[in-house]
Design a protein around this ligand. Structure first.
Ligand SMILES: Nc1ncnc2c1ncn2[C@@H]1O[C@H](COP(=O)(O)OP(=O)(O)OP(=O)(O)O)[C@@H](O)[C@H]1O
Ligand SMILES: [Mg+2]
Length: 132
């Protein structure tokens, strides 16, 4: 099995580290500058949410190398309070922290595939971007 690069999110500065690692991997995979920026922004939003709502968590990266396409999978996992109503948090402008509520809908727009899974405890968000 392939080793998956990951970053533990514990302090605010870890958001920067996750963003940088994700951008480096995206560059190696051959993403355009614009897509590298999109991926880095998505990673920032996911890790900021972990830091704000779950306090700690982890973000890991998986290179997808298929015969017909390459991509990057970003997975953000935490053991925080979880998200009860996923359709609600996916609406532009919904925030429980006085934020813009633009983070998760933004990540969905920036990436090609997006999935939220949440139980009573914890949240797992997976997003994929394909190289074009
Ligand atoms: N990892 C998480 N664990 C628990 N709740 C979360 C998590 N991520 C997001 N949420 C909930 O989803 C809501 C919407 O998140 P989103 O990132 O879209 O907006 P925001 O963080 O409130 O504001 P913004 O990201 O625009 O500054 C949050 O206000 C929070 O209630
Ligand atoms: Mg947010």
């Amino acid at each position: 099995m392939e080793l998956k690069p990951y970053v533990h999110i514990r302090k605010e500065i870890d958001i920067v580290g996750a963003r940088q690692l994700g951008r480096e991997l995206a560059k190696e995979l051959g993403f355009s500058k614009v897509d590298q920026a999109r991926i880095a922004t998505a990673i920032s939003e996911l890790t900021r949410n972990i830091y704000l709502y779950a306090k700690t968590g982890k973000i890991y990266f998986e290179e997808i190398d298929q015969i017909d396409r390459k991509g990057l999978r970003v997975v953000a996992i935490d053991d925080g309070p979880g998200i009860k109503d996923i359709s609600q948090v996916m609406q532009d402008g919904f925030s429980t922290s006085g934020g813009l509520g633009a983070g998760l809908p933004g990540v969905k727009r920036l990436m090609d595939q997006f999935e939220v899974n949440s139980m009573n405890e914890g949240t797992k968000i997976e997003a994929i971007k394909w190289v074009r």
